[in-house]
Write a protein that binds this ligand. Structure first.
Ligand code: NAP
Length: 250
């Protein structure tokens, strides 16, 4: 592998990484030599993922913390910096969907999605400034969605949270650049995971019609882009939103 893609001696924290896209990102970064901290609310799944990561020959720990709670997040970052000497990479991946039409959407549906997808990412971003500013280096990737760019019927809460994340990305990229910390966002399209398997079949079919590459994406295709964005191969890229969507949005 080209040296530019190597992540040895770097520590990556990935939120919501016990399963799905986050787990694939964790494994991909570990295979490039990064030590990986698995954050999730699901302890059993997180610990199973840690075992898989350690099998790649790197250090890994699970930190169970709800990212909507800023004091738990601050505690998590403290734990990570105590156990690993640096914190070089943050991937804000944890996210949920609670779909419903605007006229029927409850306050609870709105609040939980905005709290996890947007405030949770902000809590982590703010907390990593301490170690990363001190180090004067870092790479952050926020996992947004094409839905944050184009909107979607029945997903007002999800699209608002993912669009919000793009604003967060650009502001953080500007604020952190003087400290040599890069911040980018990825907007995946339709990726095969538990989240998308749960969508009604007719909606899945409708999405496929609009995808020029005529297939759904894989978690690996998202993870490969994260790898690029946190590696030295992308050292002059910050504040960008990169789509992994088979051409859905051009
Ligand atoms: P997933 O399989 O549901 O994984 C998300 C993980 O985050 C779960 O393990 C979940 O735990 C955890 N989590 C939920 N709330 C949390 C909290 N408050 N604190 C910490 N962890 C929490 O989802 P995915 O499909 O891999 O999606 C990952 C990211 O990609 C999300 O941000 C999603 O919006 C985005 N995305 C996905 C697609 C797609 O097609 N799948 C497309 C575009 C963007 P529990 O399951 O125990 O709640």
């Amino acid at each position: 592998m080209d040296d530019l893609f190597k992540l040895e001696n770097r520590t990556a924290l990935i939120t919501g990484s016990a399963q799905g896209i986050g787990k694939e990102i964790a494994l991909t970064l570990a295979k490039s030599g990064a030590n990986v901290v698995i954050n999730d609310v699901n302890r059993e799944a997180a610990e199973a993922t840690v075992d898989e990561i350690r099998a790649c020959g790197v250090k890994s720990e699970a930190v169970i913390a709800d990212i909507t709670d800023s004091s738990s997040v601050n505690e998590m970052i403290k734990t990570v910096t105590e156990q690993f000497s640096t914190l070089d990479i943050l991937v804000n991946n944890a996210g949920i969907a609670k779909d419903g039409y605007i006229m029927r959407m409850s306050d609870e549906q709105w609040d939980i999605v905005l709290n996890i997808n947007l405030k949770g990412a902000f809590n982590c971003l703010r907390a990593v400034t301490k170690p990363m500013f001190k180090q004067r280096s870092g790479a952050i990737v926020n996992i947004s969605s094409v839905i944050g760019v184009m909107g979607n019927v029945g997903q007002v809460n999800y699209s608002a949270s993912k669009a919000g994340l793009l604003g967060v990305t650009k502001t953080a990229a500007k604020e952190f650049a003087p400290r040599n910390i890069r911040v980018n966002a990825i907007a995946p399209g339709f990726i095969r995971t538990a989240m998308t398997e749960a969508l009604p079949e007719e909606i899945q079919k409708k999405y496929l019609e609009g995808i020029p590459l005529k297939r759904y994406g894989t978690t690996n295709e998202v993870a490969n882009l994260v790898h690029f964005l946190v590696s030295d191969a992308s050292s002059y890229i910050t504040g960008q939103v990169i789509h992994v969507d088979g051409g859905l949005i051009m």
